[in-house]
Design a protein around this ligand. Sequence first.
Ligand code: SAM
Length: 211
Amino acid sequence: MRQRHKPWADDFLQENSQLIVPNAMEHKGKWQQLFNNDHPIHVEVGTGKGQYIVGMAKQHPEINFIGIEIVKSIIVTAAQKALDAEVDNLLLLNVDAADLRDIFAENEIATIYLNFSDPWPKNRHEKRRLTYHTFLEQYKEILDPSGKVIFKTDNRGLFEYSLVSFNAFGMNLEEVNLDLHAIADPLNIMTEYEEKFSAKGQVIYRSRASF
Ligand code: SAM
């Protein structure tokens, strides 16, 4: 994703620490306390500019959402959307998904969304794919036993790789959709990438899997 240099991003993060939570590891096992309720927690890994997680938070006030984004200048855009939407069931973390098990306790999360994750097509970068087995190990640990991993992408190669990776890990594939937009679904919240790629006529894939 292209990033514009935003020197004011640090100030913005500090001024909005009720939304973009600093020191995420301090809240391990205690995330529901920050939301002040016992609703289930859904996490989007690689939130980008936030259209999906903000849309989901508006659509599902009965769920707590946490968006994780590694790039500071991008999470600022997601945070601005969340502030504009005035949602109180969404938090954002400027962290690396490689640290998930330091941020969340075992069974703390109900659903993980992977939306248009970077494909890292070169074999030597396989370990960076968010559906590589080291990430799946973390998802398994932090998800409750009935938890789901829901994955959307336009990238056929990454989709096929991920289905094989889920299967090799012993996950149960509950949905494999090879053309998500073939049937209009008013409940499907589109991500920024999903809008961009589907406007170009690209097929959108979706899978749902559990451990
Ligand atoms: N999900 C958004 C969408 O569909 O429009 C953004 C997709 S973009 C291709 C992938 C996003 O994941 C980028 O914003 C990138 O910075 C973020 N990302 C990649 N690796 C990450 C990691 N290890 N931890 C957190 N975020 C990550």
